[in-house]
Design a protein around this ligand. Structure first.
Ligand SMILES: CC(C)(COP(=O)(O)OP(=O)(O)OC[C@H]1O[C@@H](n2cnc3c(N)ncnc32)[C@H](O)[C@@H]1OP(=O)(O)O)[C@@H](O)C(=O)NCCC(=O)NCCS
Length: 158
């Protein structure tokens, strides 16, 4: 089957959000932590953040037979973004699973010190990569990441 990979557009947001509900939330390893975790996959803050990534022109969708089978949300980040994310994660003690994940990842990302290590001031950050559960392990995830790398002039962080 032919797969088309193209830039994600603002008009894709509703379809992509449903795709994330079905193929990202509950599938991503950290979110498979046992327990009854309620995760709001489409609150106003998340939607705003996703739209800001789409607007940068650095996010991709993969389409097969007219339906979305993969998405990659990516955008440019600067050192101050990591500091802001860390401060936000420390505003209050994490309670929900999603807050624990945010805290864990923020800590990891700032501790990696990749801006210093590579001597750069911006980087392409892959925020979400998800492939339809029915077509995984066939190279689509790799294909999306390769397309991002090929198209970008930024340091890539995944
Ligand atoms: C992670 C994900 C995007 C991979 O997509 P995919 O299309 O199945 O990946 P590919 O077929 O392109 O595989 C790429 C590489 O990852 C490896 N891989 C993929 N899934 C794997 C798994 N569950 N365990 C171990 N290795 C895996 C493949 O073997 C391949 O490596 P290789 O080429 O050296 O063999 C997909 O499993 C997914 O959507 N998971 C849920 C969301 C998620 O966890 N996203 C990542 C965090 S944002």
């Amino acid at each position: 089957m032919q797969t088309i990979v193209r830039e994600m557009k603002l008009d894709d947001i509703d379809e992509v959000t449903i795709f994330l509900r079905d193929h990202f939330y509950g599938n991503e390893p950290l979110m498979q932590t046992p327990g009854d975790h309620q995760i709001d996959y489409d609150d106003a803050k998340r939607r705003k953040y996703r739209l800001s990534l789409i607007a940068q022109g650095t996010s991709l969708v993969a389409i097969e037979a007219g339906r979305f089978v993969g998405v990659a949300f990516a955008g440019v980040i600067h050192p101050s973004d990591l500091e802001e994310s860390w401060s936000e994660a420390n505003e209050h003690k994490p309670k929900l699973l999603i807050e624990h994940i945010h805290y864990f990842l923020s800590d990891l990302e700032r501790s990696a010190r990749f801006f210093e290590r590579y001597g750069v001031v911006d980087a392409l950050y892959l925020s979400v990569l998800a492939v339809d559960a029915t077509v995984r392990r066939q190279g689509l995830g790799r294909c999306l990441v390769t397309a991002l790398l090929d198209d970008s002039e930024y340091l890539k962080v995944m």
